[in-house]
Design a protein around this ligand. Sequence first.
Ligand code: FAD
Ligand code: SF4
Ligand code: SF4
Ligand code: SF4
Length: 365
Amino acid sequence: MQQLIRHISLKRKSLGFDELKAEVIDPGFCTRCGACVAFCKNLGFNGQPKKISECVLDEGALECSKNGTCYDHCPVTTALSSEDVFGERGDESLGFYRKVVPLRATKEAILQKAQDGGAVTSILCAALESGRIEGVLAVDKDERWRSIPKVVTSIEDLINAAGTKYWASHTVQNLGKTIRELKLRKIAIVGTPCQINGVRKLQKGLLNVKQLEIITVGLFCMEAFSYEKLVEYFGSRLDLKKVKKMDIKKGKFLIESTEKIEIPLSEVKRFVPEHCLVCTDFSAELADISVGSVGTPAGWSTAIVRSQVGEELLKNAIEKGYVQIEEAVSFGPVKKLVINKRDRATDEIKRRKNEKLPLPPKAVK
Ligand SMILES: Cc1cc2nc3c(=O)[nH]c(=O)nc-3n(C[C@H](O)[C@H](O)[C@H](O)COP(=O)(O)OP(=O)(O)OC[C@H]3O[C@@H](n4cnc5c(N)ncnc54)[C@H](O)[C@@H]3O)c2cc1C
Ligand code: SF4
Ligand code: SF4
Ligand code: SF4
């Protein structure tokens, strides 16, 4: 395994966990993606990344061998661009892409569990079935709807993990275990734009080796919510064990339980964490394929195919009969959300500058 991993060569003296904590974690900019923890035995994750032992720099092993592996791969310290990943800047709103297609799962079992058209689960089921990938880093949930990052290797487990959990999940942390312990070499990861950015940084730096393929499926994301604050807000009004689905549609936060609960989105916006308010990527611009609900009718998914690998995944899902394409995509609503998110982040960063509040490192570099 050791020869699979090549450490990034750093042009400057690296910053380490102390700086990550001071610049990213303590001011509230940590997205809880788990990228920093994935390859360091001195870090653990307990709500957020934590030191569990002093930095031991372990040259040659699959751990930090140069002070700063955690800092360098955090999506908040620096951001990659479409140009860094695909070699081209692409469209001003959507980033680099090859095509945008409406998709809907054909399998009833997937549609029953899926958030929207089930495109994510269908594409990945087809990829697992054909051996194109060996496992998927997905996010399941427990009976109280807490997100559980999992490595799934079966179609059944992948379908069980379908559906959106509207809060952070330290999904990327599992990348280390998947490569080291499970020894998988063809891995897909589903994630929000911040998680995909962390994966791309690891892919460009630490995991930049031929024998290892990491495929990224991004989710559109306007914002996440604090799980704890949402649960506190609903209190005894909501029995989480009975909730079947949560959704955001037409300005409302919707909960399907024994009854349907509708809350104006404006009411729960105060539970959006700091790190989402300064985030600029709506459409997961660095993913091989990005999927969301906006742009297509209810029960369909909008898929932005960006890379050659994304094209192959889509072709495979169509050939294996996992997805259908019939409707059209409306670009207008997708582009509107892209712009809204960028404008919100610009305003928030301006406000923070004026009030001399800390800024995410990538906003000042
Ligand atoms: C926090 C968040 C905010 C979102 N905001 C928007 C939005 O504003 N507009 C929009 O169009 N779409 C948004 N989406 C995406 C949308 O909710 C669906 O995930 C997307 O349309 C894919 O639907 P699907 O039916 O193809 O997915 P499914 O087939 O149901 O598969 C969903 C996949 O997402 C994974 N997943 C679930 N929760 C998380 C999580 N928290 N982190 C990482 N992976 C997860 C699951 O493991 C599963 O593999 C958001 C998603 C998230 C997680
Ligand atoms: S050993 Fe390296 S990756 Fe781990 S906490 Fe220290 S600087 Fe970060
Ligand atoms: S890599 Fe992810 S989990 Fe770690 S500090 Fe950065 S945002 Fe937080
Ligand atoms: S808004 Fe940005 S930081 Fe927040 S979950 Fe979505 S991609 Fe991550």
